[in-house]
Design a protein around this ligand. Structure first.
Ligand code: ATP
Ligand code: MG
Length: 389
């Protein structure tokens, strides 16, 4: 029996004239992400992508796991494929769904006939398949309102497909169709979620991480790499750029007013990220800030941070509560890593009483005390690049 994966593409369907580009990108992404799992035939039929493994030994569980992490897919399901003859459909249904049907009490059959040349209409198909199931599983009854299992029969141009309920995909639109942006990534809970959220809207990611050895340790940097690899399972490959930040933080601490330390530090992060982002052809920066979460995330503080760069800065978590952010971080499996207690450069030299309403003119006066250009140039000269799969 031939088993395939049926994939429903969502919003792409709405993309009008660009639809073909979106579909091509999605199919290319699917091909790439499953290339190590074997050979596949991929057909795009009437808003459904049909993925057929060419070998019976293909690991379908792992295949579904990969598919569940590709943006642009709303639903997917495993299905049996057979010829478009009612007897074959009946037999295949009973054989394919034997295990599922033997451990439930009620079922219904739903049929869809997109090939209008098929001689039976949808209600007739459902009745014939349902009757055949009842003959083979006498303990089952039909419940059209609240069945334990729904058997779906789809008659398409090339073949018939039999499946039970489909699973939710990752949603969103294919990565690469939404431009490229640099995510400022720490080891915390928020920034990996911000990265994932933007990748979901088709954004290709470059990651920038500021490290301050010896105040921050190699294991803190390793933690960020682990977080990025979890995001990369959805977004595809990410280049991670580690920026040495020790000298800058020491200079700010030694020369500037303590209560503006964090805001000045964050402005350096933005300036450096913008310069690196331009080299990587990024069109925007992304951060994991959420309004009012800490002193540096008040509206006044964010205006000061924003004034440090010209690129648009996306803050996808700005209106979310911590609980909502944590829910996503659990879903994408970054939470347990994020809560490992390693230090981040943001926790180094943190002032006791940071200004919650900093004024840009005060900040600029403080920055006059530093050789900003040299500090930034030196940091960029000494970046380290890692490819995260
Ligand atoms: P997170 O959970 O992402 O660490 P946070 O709530 O701890 O966020 P901050 O520490 O104020 O908030 O950082 C705000 C944002 O600044 C982060 O979401 C991230 O985008 C960026 N950021 C913080 N620390 C770093 C770092 N070491 N390297 C790169 N970006 C950073
Ligand atoms: Mg942080």
């Amino acid at each position: 029996m031939k088993e395939v994966i049926l994939i429903k593409i969502g919003e792409i369907v709405l993309k009008g004239l660009n639809r073909k580009n979106f579909e091509d990108k999605l199919i290319k992404t699917i091909r790439y992400r499953i290339s190590d799992l074997g050979k596949f035939d991929i057909k795009d039929i009437q808003s459904t992508i049909c993925l057929t493994p060419q070998s019976e030994s293909t690991d379908l569980d792992e295949l579904c796991n990969r598919i569940s992490k590709i943006f642009g897919i709303t639903k997917y399901s495993r299905a049996a494929q057979c010829e478009k003859e009612i007897e074959k459909i009946q037999k295949t249904t009973v054989k394919y769904l034997k295990n599922q049907l033997s451990c439930v009490k009620t079922f219904k059959v739903e049929s869809k006939r997109s090939d209008k040349k098929f001689s039976l209409k949808s209600p007739q198909i459902s009745a014939l398949v349902g009757g055949y199931i009842l003959e083979h599983f006498p303990n089952l009854t039909v419940d059209v309102h609240n069945p334990d299992v729904t058997v779906n029969v789809e008659i398409r141009d090339f073949a018939a497909y039999i499946r039970t309920d489909s699973l939710n995909g990752a949603g969103g639109i294919p990565v690469g169709t939404g431009g490229r942006a640099a995510i400022l990534i720490s080891g915390g809970i928020d920034s990996p979620v911000a990265a994932w959220t933007m990748a979901k809207r088709g954004v290709e990611l470059v990651a920038i991480h500021f490290a301050s050895p010896p105040y921050t340790s190699p294991r803190a940097e390793q933690k960020v790499k682990t977080l990025l690899s979890k995001v990369a399972a959805y977004s595809g490959r990410i280049e991670m750029i580690t920026v040495p930040f020790t000298k800058i933080q020491e200079e700010i601490k030694n020369k500037c007013d303590e209560d503006l330390f964090t805001i000045i530090m964050r402005r350096f992060m933005m300036k450096i990220s913008q310069a690196i982002g331009i080299n990587y052809r990024c069109q925007a920066l992304i951060t994991g800030e959420s309004l009012g979460q800490v002193a540096s995330q008040t509206m006044s503080a964010i205006s000061c941070t924003d004034a440090a760069c010209d690129m648009p800065v996306f803050r996808p978590l700005i209106g979310m509560d911590k609980d909502e952010i944590i829910l996503i971080s659990r879903r994408i499996d970054t939470f347990e890593t994020s809560i490992l207690p390693y230090e981040d450069c943001c926790t180094v030299f943190t002032p006791k009483h940071p200004k919650t309403r900093p004024s840009l003119s005060d900040v600029l006066v403080q920055e006059e005390k530093l050789d900003c250009k040299k500090l930034i140039d030196d940091a960029i000269t000494n970046i380290n690049i890692t490819k995260i799969q």
